[in-house]
Design a protein around this ligand. Sequence first.
Ligand SMILES: CC(=O)N[C@H](C=O)[C@@H](O)[C@H](O)[C@H](O)COP(=O)(O)O
Ligand SMILES: C=C(OP(=O)(O)O)C(=O)O
Length: 352
Amino acid sequence: MPLQFELCPGRMVGGDHPCFIIAEIGQNHQGDLEIAKKMIRMAKDCGADCAKFQKSVLECKFNKKALERPYNSPHAWGKTYGDHKRHLEFNHDQYKELQKYAEEIGIYFTASGMDEMAVEFLHELGVPFIKVASLDTNNFPYLKTTAEKGRPMVISSGMQSMETMRRVYNLVKPINPNFCILQCSSAYPLSVEDVHLRVIREYQSAFPDIPIGYSGHETGIAITVAAVAMGAKVVERHVTLDKTWKGNDHQASLEPNELAELVRSIRLVEKAMGSPIKRLLPCEMICRSKLGKSVVAKTKIPAGTALTLSMLCVKAAEPYGLPPEDIFELEGKTVKRDIEEDESITEEEIEK
Ligand SMILES: CC(=O)N[C@H](C=O)[C@@H](O)[C@H](O)[C@H](O)COP(=O)(O)O
Ligand SMILES: C=C(OP(=O)(O)O)C(=O)O
């Protein structure tokens, strides 16, 4: 079964394809369409593959009491949680405008569908893939209808257990094979001790036929780069224009210079991952001929002498002689000509 699939038109993920980098604008746009556009532009300029938002149909995502509860937080945009969330929600026409803008500047555009109606909305909008936010990952009716839409899915796994993630995999796989799972811990900002990058390995062995990725809420870029070195094929990070802005996620977000550095570092590490085949590289030949050690005569050895270990030593020598790892095989072999003390012993001097 392939470890890769087409996440967006013309963009494969998994296998040897470059890691797909999602700039999660989320609700960091302050409810302002112009800021949202600036953030899409910033994501593109910094080299991210995709600009992502969060779409909710609030009455479908929350029950009445949850919307009516007071939101006493410095990050609140309204007195109740419902008012707060309403302020941050873009409508259909605004989404259309953002989508058009992203298309014009050439960056993939999508959102997490944070309830079934939101997924319906995104499906009709024609996003390339649906992001399943952690809060819906154990929402099995949602997962089933979303998988049935047939669009690729990126499923995050904050707040879930391994057992639930196995059930998620078993539910989605037969309906829609084009999905990946992201390791994620849902806290903002996330402490280093709560990241658990090793879960990526667990997922890779439990779900070997899908790409695995990482959705990070920590500060800085190092941990996300490490996730890529561990094989994350999709990464997602919140982005902001200013970490001091009001909002729950800004502190755990990357400002433009950090996002650009993240993209650069990921691309660098991808190149450095190279090949698993260990061999002497052409670029190492200069070092080997200068400092690599080889077999040298410890004493003068007359032609026809059968070699013993006591006649040989190992040094960095000019020219480079026989490799020292073969020294024991030289015992008993005879030399074709007189060899001076401290002279390199090369292939040509040894009787076959
Ligand atoms: C789990 C989840 O949805 N997490 C999202 C994605 O990471 C977050 O962006 C939340 O929407 C955000 O932290 C909520 O903040 P507030 O409660 O102030 O609107
Ligand atoms: C909550 C989201 O993401 P995650 O679960 O990956 O943090 C989201 O994409 O809206």
